[in-house]
Write a protein that binds this ligand. Structure first.
Ligand SMILES: O=C(O)CNC(=O)[C@H](CS)NC(=O)CCC(=O)C(=O)O
Length: 270
């Protein structure tokens, strides 16, 4: 594994596939100009709208998202992590799917979001992700890249389930991705502390691209795309506007933290 720059993109996706892909490419371009070799996009980067529209358009969103990720990876010669996008499965349901694509345009890993966000928030917003999304049933696998380290996928609400990240770290992950569209309401109190906890307890980098601002109607996302180092230090935070969080991913830092704090080796129950 080498030392390199990684980017977590922060955007405001809307119910318009083509406009989102234009916005995403502009931000990828910005990240690459700053030297990023690995660029991650948030959950719902290609479409964030009403559930019924998402399901109706799922085939098109899915095809265009996959093509977009391949094109970006090849055009900019980077590895791309595509946060969640809908992939149709069965009748009027989708998998909320995240993928990793290498600079040749080859898909390296694919994960279907396991934990679905069915929550009524005190701010009056209700979420019933399981109404349109079929839950994945498989733990994510770790992709071992010679250059970039061992990469583990997750999506958004998964961040509340530490056992998923424990699985990834016990399979050798160095970098945990948490592409998200965290709600403004939960994000203000939970987002940063959950990301830091996952980094600290697994002594891994956490890269968390995010949605921000108002998508449509009352849908607001928290923003703060973040990169956390294995000690739990916030290396970059994109604030609340669209943009990119960029930080150096350094194998020496992983080694240093794991020798200073060898907690992964002291596990008793896992
Ligand atoms: O808002 C949208 O339409 C887009 N969001 C999503 O698609 C997903 C599923 S509804 N959001 C989350 O998982 C938020 C989790 C979260 O916010 C928490 O765990 O607190």
């Amino acid at each position: 594994m080498k030392s390199y720059l990684a980017a977590a993109i922060q955007m405001t996706s809307i119910p318009d596939l083509q406009k989102n892909l234009v916005q995403a490419e502009e931000l990828i371009d910005l990240a690459v100009r700053q030297g990023a070799e690995l660029v991650s996009l948030p959950e719902n980067f290609s479409f964030l709208g009403e559930e019924k529209d998402k399901v109706e358009l799922a085939q098109e969103i899915s095809e265009q998202s996959e093509q977009f990720l391949k094109t970006m990876a090849q055009r900019y010669q980077i590895t791309v992590v595509g946060g969640g996008f809908p992939v149709p499965v069965g009748d009027r349901k989708v998998y909320n799917t995240a993928t990793i694509v290498d600079p040749h345009g080859i898909e390296l890993a694919r994960y279907q979001k396991v934990h679905l966000f069915d929550v009524n928030l005190p701010d009056g917003n209700t979420y019933e992700e399981s109404g349109t999304v079929k839950a994945g049933t498989d733990l994510p696998s770790v992709y071992r890249s010679e250059e970039l380290g061992s990469l583990g996928l997750s999506v958004c609400y998964d961040v509340r389930f530490p056992e998923l990240y424990r699985h990834l770290s016990s399979k050798g992950a160095d970098i945990l991705f948490v592409p998200a569209a965290f709600t403004a309401y939960t994000g203000k109190d939970h987002w940063q502390v959950l990301l830091q906890a996952r980094a600290i307890e697994n002594t891994c980098y956490v890269i968390a691209p995010a949605q921000t601002g108002c998508h449509y109607d009352l849908r607001h996302s928290h923003g703060h795309a973040t990169i956390v180092d294995p000690w739990g230090v916030i290396l970059a935070d994109a604030g609340d506007k669209s943009g990119v969080a960029i930080a150096k991913i350094d194998p020496n830092r992983i080694e240093q933290v794991r020798s200073q704090m060898p907690s992964l080796q002291h596990r008793v129950f896992a």
